[in-house]
Design a protein around this ligand. Structure first.
Ligand code: WTA
Length: 629
């Protein structure tokens, strides 16, 4: 790990409209935070009371470093919180999900309808032999059935593992095998920019490498419907149609696993991050309600795909637990034109909008005229997540989308944290470039290697000091990898990000400290891309770095040495790109491939990516005493 370093801080600051502070769910951040610090257990106890439980907790938390339990011995099912309790009250006919397809087609599910769909599909899964604790893999496009599938698993206590529909067959197979999933749920196709993505074909290829999969449920969208293979596949619609309409929720212990979600690791294999039922429900409920300040008549749109944690926590579980109306779309921001998102905001009267900096920078590039064509005056709160929101993008978002009226919550968190950890709560002064302060409920700091806080203006490692309800409980099948998060810096959870604080305690995220590359908000591990490249017959060795990019934050650059007898060519470059795409999916394809005679290595044979990166950026490579020659 690097030593601390000095950082120049921006000095801009926006004072919010005092009205938005007075009306906010958390009207006084400092007071709420000190209430949390005074008694963390009482703080979370109060929040948990707002949810529905089958049985009470004996203790709010049990902290056995580095393992935590929350709401010890309490019983619940997250879906009764997301569905039943709304249906029993005045939200039965309130839209829960409004979906829009690429060509403008629309489907709405009220809470009552979503509840019924979930129960039917849950019974369908049961009829396939799925039981509490079984793993179910979901590989679907962004359609309402994806949300139904996740909730149906949760309903019967099956552990879902959603794999983003942009991943390739090998990436999917690796995740299915790691989780030992019994059932795969997919669709014939996804639609993207007027083209179809053959999800079922990719799934078939993956399943040929996954002995644990017993059945594949296929949602058929194309007409005429594709024929399915009765030995392996089950039709989604007939499974649901045949199923009984009523499905009582499985009583889950607060510490039973709810889902596994894979994130890139700094070594080859992705990590299956495990989240549990109780703490995750409480953490996502609280942050959705308070960070976004959700009101009864809000129309809430988080643009993330449920294939990522943002979609789990802030498309599905948090917003439905709060009982808001959630917008989802299969469409992309600039198809059929760059006004697509703003048209949707206008048409549906979106009030809360949560997206990624990479999308904001793309909109900036298309120009102000696109948002200007639409009525965006319903917007009330803007959010950002996934990578640093640079000050220029902040300014543009604030003025062009928010009309200078909407607070921006730049939320820092991770797959591992499950919920927001750092942001600027509504009503607090906003500083472009800074995510903000720890949310009430989180103890976040910037420290040196030994865990000592660094002074303002000095960069260091972003850490979390105390356990929090929605923290990951382990890495699936690999406790050792879990423990590494907590024993790298003494006494702290190490997030793997570099950050800096200012005099007021505002935190600016600088970027990753490890071998992860964040491309357009997606986490990509260097090792995964390297091993995909090396699996090509022409490649001897590969090293991958992240290269700063004005639009995507980072792009992947690969350095490749070829096997004897193979020479570089444009055809080969194209072939390598295709090879990575097929194996890992389009998100992991290098933007640039450079051929080299040899890669810089340490004397012990480790590739020095840092040297390649420094050379690429024209920077000093730092200590190269271990370099081979
Ligand atoms: C980065 C996404 C700066 C960070 C929720 C983190 C951010 C990684 C922000 C986790 C933000 C996320 N500002 N960087 N507001 N939010 N990151 O697991 O490097 O997909 O460690 O979770 O994204 O990515 P993940």
């Amino acid at each position: 790990m690097a030593e601390s370093f000095a950082v120049k801080l921006e000095e801009r600051c926006y004072l919010p409209d005092p009205r938005c502070r007075a009306n906010a769910r958390v009207p006084d951040y400092a007071r709420e935070y000190s209430e949390f610090v005074r008694d963390p257990e009482a703080f979370w106890d109060r929040i948990a009371q707002e949810l529905e439980w089958y049985g009470p907790w004996e203790r709010v938390r049990e902290w056995n470093y580095p393992y935590a339990k929350w709401f010890v011995s309490a019983k619940l099912n997250i879906t009764t919180n997301c569905l039943d309790r709304h249906v029993a009250g005045p939200r039965r006919d309130k839209p829960a999900i409004i979906w829009r397809g690429e060509e403008g087609e629309e489907r709405t599910y009220t809470y009552g309808e979503l509840h019924r769909e979930v129960m039917r599909f849950a019974n369908g899964l049961r009829s396939l032999g799925v039981e509490k604790g079984d793993r179910v893999c979901i590989y679907m496009p962004l359609v309402p059935e994806l949300v139904v599938a996740m909730l149906a698993c949760a309903r019967i206590g099956a552990v879902h593992s959603v794999v983003f529909g942009g991943f390739g067959a090998d990436a999917l197979a690796m995740r299915i095998n790691d989780a030992d999933a019994k059932i795969l749920i997919t669709a014939d196709v996804g639609y993207r920019r007027g083209k179809t993505i053959p999800l079922r074909e990719i799934a078939k290829e993956a399943v040929s490498q996954t002995p644990s999969i017993e059945r594949v449920v296929v949602l058929r969208r194309e007409e005429p419907a594709v024929e399915i293979d009765p030995a392996l596949e089950v039709d989604y619609a007939s499974l649901t149609a045949k199923a009984a309409p009523d499905c009582p929720a499985e009583v889950m212990d607060a510490e039973d696993p709810l889902f596994i979600l894979y994130t890139s690791g700094s070594t080859g294999a992705p990590k299956g991050i495990v989240h549990t039922c109780g703490g995750y429900a409480v953490g996502t409920y609280y942050t959705t309600k308070c960070v976004f300040d959700v009101r009864e008549d809000d129309v809430y749109w988080c643009t993330a795909d449920p294939g990522w944690i943002t979609g789990h926590s802030y498309v599905v579980y948090g917003p439905l637990a709060v009982g808001t109306t959630v917008v989802i779309t299969e469409g992309t921001p600039d198809y059929p034109d760059p006004g697509a998102y703003w048209r949707l905001v206008e048409d549906l009267g979106v009030t809360i909008f949560y997206t990624a900096p990479t999308a904001i920078r793309m909109f900036m590039r298309y120009g102000d005229e696109w948002p200007a064509k639409y009525d965006l005056s319903t917007l009330r709160v803007l959010g950002s997540v996934g990578e640093p929101l640079n000050p220029e993008a902040f300014e543009w978002y604030y003025h062009r989308i928010g009309g200078g009226q909407c607070p921006i919550v730049d939320t820092w968190w991770q797959t591992e944290t499950g919920m927001h950890m750092v942001t600027t709560m509504i009503g607090e002064p906003m500083k472009p470039g800074f995510a903000g302060k720890p949310i009430p409920g989180a103890v976040v700091d910037v420290v040196d290697k030994s865990g000592n806080p660094v002074p303002p203006g000095t960069g260091g490692f972003l850490v979390i000091r105390e356990p929090w309800p929605s923290m990951m409980r382990t890495v699936h099948g690999n406790d050792e990898r879990y423990c590494k998060y907590w024993n790298t810096i003494p006494g702290c959870y190490t997030a793997g990000d570099l950050a800096v604080k200012d005099e007021d305690g505002y935190i600016m995220i600088i970027g990753r400290a490890d071998d992860l590359i964040i491309v357009a908000g997606h986490n990509i591990g260097t090792a995964e891309v390297e091993s995909a490249l090396v699996s090509h017959e022409a490649v001897a060795e590969a090293a991958v770095i992240g290269k700063p990019d004005p639009l995507k934050g980072n792009v992947i650059k690969a350095f490749v040495t070829l096997r004897v007898g193979v020479s570089p060519s444009d055809d080969l470059t194209e072939d390598l790109a295709h090879h990575v795409k097929k194996s890992l999916g389009p998100v992991a394809v290098p933007a640039e491939i450079e051929y080299m005679d040899r890669l810089p290595k340490t004397r012990s044979g480790k590739i020095m990516r840092r040297v390649l990166k420094a050379r690429e950026l024209g920077m000093d490579p730092g200590d190269i005493s271990t370099l081979e020659e």
